[in-house]
Design a protein around this ligand. Structure first.
Ligand code: DGT
Ligand code: CA
Ligand code: CA
Ligand code: ZN
Length: 573
């Protein structure tokens, strides 16, 4: 660890003490120690090795002890106990520039806000401005900061990038000059994070398209402008490349700009052996200038003697060999989804009613949904007491009877508390059709403890699935640490499914872990985790990750008719 690492922990202690309202002198002591370490002209660890820590200004016996602990564990007793007593989510909030411990203290004590999600919601719903010294301006700044943090530096989380890309695509699709249009690049392949957005348009008359593109309100600056390629930076920092081609070569151009580079390299090598060439203009015989395929991607693969390879598999990980042997998995298709396993309503932190969610889901063609509002441990989300949950289930059943054309199942997203107990009366959980068990607190437990916590929750026999199983926030927080293999094994044994949570910012499980869980024999269920009717569309991100994982429809519980869906995790039914 370098001096900056030590200084960071000391500073966090000072900030957390300030939030918790500790005595001024204790806070000052850690602030002084932070400064000493930050400005130290040599390695702190060299000072430790000499046994000279206490010689340093502002470092007494007690902080010297803390520093030695930090050297061993990356944290110390006082740091850990503050995080446990308050909330580790506060560390994320401290990264929000312009907020600071004083204001966080206010927000924490007045609104109970202790993590970025809750902060975002408080800012969006205009609750920050009700606090002394905070205004609408603060809310705006906080939201912009959260967005910046969510981007986690250069790469943008897929959901955010795809929403932006879809909006641009739709605007350009409306132009009379546009023939075909598609989002290409890493978004089309469903990579978790994306470097830039790639849009492809076919047109006989591209100039007006490039012109309109440069003038869109989202655009902040034009980086490159031309007749076939324009690059811009948007106000939100995302870069977008637009390319236009003639419609005859749309298929091969789409293939080229979808990538990945690795897929292309392998494909070209293979083509070469067959006396063929592949470029963005098509597939060519070695000695000819007229392509034998260029109009669609399907024709392109066919010309190469291969079955179609879906974009999600084009990562150069052996998909070409599998395709050549006709061993590609048949991937889950969006229209095979019959229901959504995770959503919230106005009962807790959602924006729409049971009925509104059901009607929107019916419009998407679903046969069933599960309403899974929060349990009371999630105070910021207005989680339900047992009493409220009982009444909520009655309302869900009532809505189910009233709304035609879709089954509305009773459910809950129940917290798996820090000791593994479930945050709800067991008889009510047994009564619910579907129970998502999730972790929303004490993320920093030691791996053994976390594994035990999950196992204990699962052994109640009341969980249908584990919600957002790793807890990671895309571009933000890492997942909690536990023995993933052991949990998957227990899921198989106990008949508990693992969720692919599609909500923006999560993608959890991601493709890699979903594939692993599937290979170990676990059931998987997709959930949008929608907090509004619009949020139901986030299920498509879970579908895409399932496809990247190479999962067939049979691996996904959402493809089952509702009765089979219910029985899948309840062998007793
Ligand atoms: P990203 O933007 O970093 O998330 O990843 P991509 O895959 O979207 O990469 P990007 O935007 O640089 O390029 C889009 C596609 O264009 C890429 O997947 C394949 C193609 N491409 C770009 N540059 C090259 C290249 O130098 N060689 C080859 N074979 N293909 C390229
Ligand atoms: Ca890209
Ligand atoms: Ca690009
Ligand atoms: Zn949750």
């Amino acid at each position: 660890m370098n001096n900056r690492d030590y200084a960071r922990v000391l500073q966090e202690i000072a900030q957390l003490m300030e939030i918790s309202g500790e005595n001024r002198f204790k806070i000052r002591a850690f602030e002084n120690a932070t400064r000493t370490v930050e400005t130290l002209p040599e390695e702190l660890e060299a000072v430790m090795d000499r046994g000279d820590l206490k010689e340093l200004k502002g470092i007494g016996a007690s902080i010297a002890q803390d520093l030695l602990q930090i050297r061993q564990h990356g944290t110390c007793d006082i740091h850990r106990s503050l995080l446990e007593r308050l909330d580790p989510g506060l560390l994320d909030m401290l990264r929000v520039q312009g907020l600071g411990p004083k204001r966080i203290k206010l927000v924490y004590h007045e609104l109970g806000v202790s993590n970025l999600d809750a902060l975002k919601e408080a800012a969006e719903s205009g609750r920050l401005r009700e606090l002394k010294g905070l205004g609408a301006k603060t809310e705006e700044k906080v939201l912009a900061e959260i967005e910046r943090l969510a981007r986690g530096g250069d790469r943008t989380p897929l959901p955010q990038a795809r929403h932006v890309a879809e909006s641009l695509r739709d605007q350009l699709a409306a132009l009379p000059q546009t023939e075909r249009i598609a989002i290409a690049g890493s978004i089309r392949r469903g990579r978790e994070t994306i470097g830039d957005v790639d849009l492809l348009v076919s047109s006989m008359d591209p100039a007006p398209i490039h012109q309109t593109f440069c003038g869109l309100t989202e655009v902040k600056e034009v980086l490159v402008s031309g007749d076939t390629k324009t690059s811009v930076r948007l106000h939100n920092g995302i870069q977008v490349d637009l390319r236009t081609v003639k419609d005859e070569v749309f298929g091969s151009a789409l293939h080229y700009f979808t990538g990945s580079k690795e897929h292309h390299i392998e494909l070209r090598t293979r083509a070469k052996r067959q006396g063929l060439r592949v470029s963005e203009y098509g597939v060519f015989r070695d000695d000819e200038d007229t392509p034998i395929a260029s109009h669609t991607e399907e024709e392109l693969y066919q010309a190469l003697g291969l079955p179609y390879i879906p974009p999600e598999l084009r990562e150069g990980r052996g998909e070409i060999e599998s395709a050549a042997r006709h061993e590609l998995p048949v991937l889950l298709q969006p229209d095979q989804i019959r229901g959504d396993g995770h959503m919230h309503t106005t009962e807790t932190d959602g924006r729409h009613s049971i009925e509104e969610m059901a009607l929107a889901a019916r419009d998407l063609g679903y046969e069933f949904i599960v309403i899974t509002d929060h349990s009371q441990a999630v105070r910021v989300a207005n989680g339900m007491t047992p009493e409220r949950f009982r009444e909520h289930m009655a309302r869900i059943r009532e809505a189910d009877g009233r709304v035609e054309g879709i089954r509305i199942l009773t459910g809950i997203e129940v917290d798996i508390l820090k000791d593994g107990t479930l945050d709800m009366d067991h008889d009510l959980l047994a009564e619910a059709d579907w129970v998502v068990g999730s972790i929303h607190s004490h993320f920093n437990q030691a791996p053994d403890q976390m594994t035990e916590r999950l196992l204990r929750g699962m052994r109640t026999g009341l969980l249908s699935c584990l919600g957002h199983p790793t807890g990671r926030i895309l571009g933000g927080r890492d997942g909690y640490r536990y023995d993933f293999d052991a949990i998957v094994e227990a899921c198989v044994e106990l008949g508990v499914a693992l969720e692919l949570n599609g909500s923006s910012g999560r993608l959890d499980l991601n493709a890699e872990l979903a594939e692993k869980a599937h290979r170990q024999g676990a059931m998987l269920v997709l959930g949008s985790d929608a907090h509004s009717t619009a949020g139901l569309h986030d299920l498509s991100f879970a579908v895409q990750q399932a496809r990247r994982a190479g999962l067939p429809a049979e691996a996904i519980l959402n493809t089952l008719p509702v009765d089979a869906f219910l029985k899948a995790t309840r062998p007793d039914l």
